[in-house]
Write a protein that binds this ligand. Sequence first.
Ligand code: GLN
Length: 394
Amino acid sequence: MTTSIQGTASQRRKAAPAVLVLEDGRTFRGRAYGAVGVTFGEAVFSTGMTGYQETLTDPSYHRQVVVMTAPHVGNTGVNDDDPESKRIWVAGYVVRDPARVPSNWRSRRSLDEELVQQGVVGISGIDTRALTRHLRERGAMRVGIFSGNALPDEGTMLAEVRQAPEMKGASLYEEVATKETYVVPAIGPDGEAVPIGAAKYTVAAVDLGIKGMTPQRMAERGIEVHVLPATASVEDIYAVEPDGVFFSNGPGDPEKAEHPVSLMRAVLERKTPLFGICFGNQILGRALGFGTYKLKYGHRGINQPVQDRTTGKVEVTAHNHGFAVDAPLDKVSETPYGRAEVSHVCLNDQVVEGLQLLDQPAFSVQYHPEAAAGPHDAAYLFDRFVELMEGQRA
Ligand SMILES: NC(=O)CC[C@H](N)C(=O)O
């Protein structure tokens, strides 16, 4: 019997040449991967060895070109279970050595085919280690990927990259958030969905780019989650009669998030239990009066060590952030909403990874306890949110 090994879509069509051009002029030449065309974004690297579907579909990657440090990507193909949203959000994808033959019982198609179908321009066959080291030394910067058989000259490509918008100052959450409210029902002890209105807790979640696993993690704990558009008003939040309010992850610069900051302040004034993840942590920081700043190259991956300073425990966690909160690590801060402290810190670089208020039930983390993909060490944070809601009732 002969076995025919079919190559990926790009091999079948003999992948066109592709060039990656960084805004500082460094270029890498490889082959087209995924859709053929031109794309721009902020070049960032992710150190996750697995979970590429969750990365690609995380709305927080909107307008970013993601460089995978894992050299071999696409091995398990693409399934219909792992996406974190309805589409791929990354602006471009950079892979060293794409899998030639995906193999997994859940796989429905190859990653290359999926990228083509969704029109995502990528590049493969470049030295992603050299590119990552460059970004670590010089910092995240704008990038373009150009592929096809008739490429412009390097000067033209570089000029186009330098005209692309910067991530600093970008307001992007409205572009990715739901336009309509939807409800994720709680899951009962029997594993069945609890009828709407009958769950133990109700949470209003402000969608700034929410990952699908986040309401799921709440639903697993008996919470009915009303996911509201980013443009929701304070009245919309309280119309849900929430036991708690949640602010999600999301793309862009937290300095350009006036509406979410004012919504969060209204929630803090009412002392409703509050939880924020990632962008939500930055919004809490700003609502309390702290600044935010852009990290040199950010944290992206599923292996970042974080210490919970309230217990001393260290957890290995999933991250995707390019900005961070500027809050003092060594003292309790006085804020308009009472005392606040840094609850979590990244052990690689001492970046603020969590905030908590001491005089009312509100906290947030900069990383991803929903763990999609990623280790589940931080799942206890959803339990903490439940405890805050329980405490408010007592
Ligand atoms: N995942 C997120 O919510 C990211 C938040 C913000 N856009 C950042 O890059 O820091």
